[in-house]
Ligand binder design. Structure first.
Ligand code: ARG
Length: 599
């Protein structure tokens, strides 16, 4: 099953081939002049240039070859050699019927499915999430769903940041604040033979009573600031980090507690946002791979000593900018951020063995990934092209700088969701829905509107672009917003409910009116939008499509009466409406946006 655009592209390609030219000249795009044509092909111009022929004459030859194609109502030459195509109503009705009958709403599958790993989210223990994590979660979730919809086998991994310097900082901060914890855990250097399950339970109880998420949120920033100002404090934290990584038992017990407390809270916040990871592997999970990996790097002659540290140089001749070396072991003996990334590549090779790994991470980490990927290639852990950094710009505040709270602090994901949900409630009240819904349904709708607000605002821009967070505009029920799309979906749902109540049944599609044509063409455009988004790892193509589809449906609904139309027309329009709803929901689902029943 193919979209009209590809089918027509193939037909034109054959015509070019018969004229002795490359079939790729047959590429078809949506028409620049929808009033004149549905599709166009500009290939005759380039082809004529390449072959030293007259473009209009060549264009005419290709157009003539399609003159009797029953899928086309008109083939016309325009301007210097553009070929304009207008699809016949028969072909359009058939294609719309195909989409209406397709549970995948017209989305095709890739020919050769791959195993793809998506590394996204990247939250850290204790360190509050910032907008970079928010965007990573939103974009990564969309890329994951997109790849899955196209038939790839996909794993989304949170790559939980649970192993760096922040762990050492937290350990010493907790020990300083709680002498009883320090006295109990400090002396436990190795796993003592006598440490029983009861001992472990007692330690867990002590930690649970004293250290909650709020404490971590409070202790970490204070410790981080102190480490910046006081080198001895920083060195203590570095030593604690190294000892934790070497396996110091008491530190491991404390670390496990930090890990569990943070992860539970994060999973809850992510879930509220419609972001669910398949795997929560942490940086700590590859700790045991690091020793042997460092040895292997040394044997391969890749490791060099540099001011007390061990590094891998990755610069290449002809580099246009300086690519920093990979810092593998710090002078304190700690594994670094890049070390765990490299070991994680190795770990993934042994477990999931992906053909492609996409790292959906802030563009500002581009150098880091360039370094890690090159080191992985040198070490033989991955081939060129198997690892790809999918970068993105920042979400900014009105000052044009990365979004902060009003107090100037780092934004917490749960505060952002709360703030956006409060706005959604306000909007729903404005729309007069306050009393119309049961309290539970109202809350559920408000959360869905909030998620749609945040995600659509983010995903409607090309990911590389930075944007200004404007809650007032993003939450509006009108314009290019998430709530507008939900509102359109809800309108179709209620139309279909009403039709069912009236006993009006859907029937075969017969396209006649211009607004029906337009809707059928919009439905056909889904496949191309998905293909582009897939190839460029850019969900905004899907967001664009969802918006265009919603608008086209809205025009259709205004121009073409449905429930009051004669039976055959009504049946056709109901089928079209149901297809539009399913496709809109499929597109929104790729974006990670769920639609409410009423709004
Ligand atoms: N935890 C990191 C941070 O907060 C992001 C992790 C991104 N993924 C990766 N494989 N390095 O910046």
């Amino acid at each position: 099953m193919s979209d009209l655009r590809s089918v027509l592209g193939e037909a034109l390609g054959e015509a070019f081939a018969r004229a002795g030219l490359a079939a790729s000249f047959g590429r078809v795009t949506a028409s620049d002049r929808p009033d004149l044509a549905d599709f166009q092909c500009n290939g005759a111009l380039a082809a004529a240039k390449a072959a030293g022929r007259n473009p209009r004459e060549l264009g005419q030859q290709v157009a003539d070859a399609l003159a009797s194609d029953s899928r086309l109502e008109a083939v016309a030459l325009a301007g210097p050699g553009f070929i304009n195509l207008k699809v016949s109503t028969g072909a359009l009705s058939a294609r719309a019927a195909e989409i209406a009958a397709d549970p995948r709403a017209g989305a095709a599958l890739v020919d050769a499915p791959r195993r793809v790993l998506i590394d996204y989210g990247g939250p850290n223990v204790a360190k509050a999430m910032h907008v970079g994590h928010l965007r990573s979660s939103i974009i990564g979730e969309a890329v994951k769903r997109l790849y899955r919809l196209r038939g790839d086998e996909v794993i989304g991994d949170a790559h939980f940041g649970d192993w760096g310097f922040q762990m050492g900082l937290l350990i010493i901060a907790v020990f300083d604040e709680h002498p009883d914890i320090a006295a109990r855990l400090g002396p436990l250097e190795t796993d003592p033979a006598g440490f029983s399950d009861a001992d472990r339970a007692a330690v867990d109880a002590l930690l649970s009573a004293k250290i909650g998420l709020d404490d971590l949120d409070r202790l970490y920033p204070a410790a981080a600031a102190r480490a910046k100002a006081e080198p001895p404090y920083r060195d203590r934290a570095r030593r604690a980090t190294a000892e934790l990584q070497e396996g110091r038992f008491g530190y491991r017990l404390l670390w496990r507690h930090f890990h569990d407390v943070t992860r539970a809270a994060l999973e809850r916040d992510f879930h509220a946002l419609g972001v669910d990871f398949d795997s929560w592997k942490g940086e700590s999970d590859v700790n045991d791979l690091i020793g042997p990996m460092v040895e292997a790097l040394r044997k391969k002659g890749l490791l060099v000593a540099d001011e007390g540290a061990q590094i891998v140089r990755v610069a290449r001749e002809g580099d246009k900018r300086e690519v920093p070396p990979l810092l593998v072991v710090s002078s304190e003996g700690s594994a670094m951020y890049g070390t765990t990334d490299l070991a994680t590549i190795l770990d993934r090779r042994h477990t999931f063995d992906p053909a492609l790994a996409l790292y959906v991470v802030d563009q500002r980490q581009a150098d880091h990934f360039e370094t890690v990927f090159r080191a992985a290639e040198l070490a033989g852990y991955a081939r060129a092209g198997e690892l790809e950094h999918v970068g993105f710009g920042t979400m900014n505040g009105p000052d044009g700088k990365p979004f902060k709270t009003r107090e100037g602090g780092i934004l917490k994901l749960r505060d952002l969701i709360e703030m956006t949900t409060a706005k959604a409630r306000e909007r729903l009240h404005e729309a007069g829905l306050g009393g119309a819904l049961e309290p539970q349904a109202f809350e559920d709708t408000a959360l869905k509107v909030a998620v749609a607000t945040l995600k659509f605002a983010d995903l409607s821009n090309f990911r590389g672009t930075s944007y200004v967070f404007d809650l007032e505009r993003f939450s509006s029920f009108e314009g290019k917003t998430g709530p507008y799309l939900l509102y359109q979906a809800v309108r179709v749902k209620s139309l279909l409910r009403k039709a069912e109540e009236d006993g009006a049944a859907p029937g075969p599609i017969a396209i006649a009116e211009p607004a029906e044509r337009e809707l059928a063409l919009a439905l056909d455009g889904f496949e191309h939008a998905l293909a582009e988004a897939y190839e460029k790892k850019a969900p905004h193509f899907v967001a664009e499509h969802a918006y265009r589809l919603a608008q086209t449906f809205s025009k259709f609904y205004a121009a073409c009466p449905i429930l009051t139309a004669p039976q055959a027309v009504r049946g056709s329009r109901l089928t079209l409406a149901a297809a539009a709803l399913r496709q809109l929901q499929t597109a929104l689902d790729v974006l990670g946006i769920a639609t409410p029943e009423r709004m």
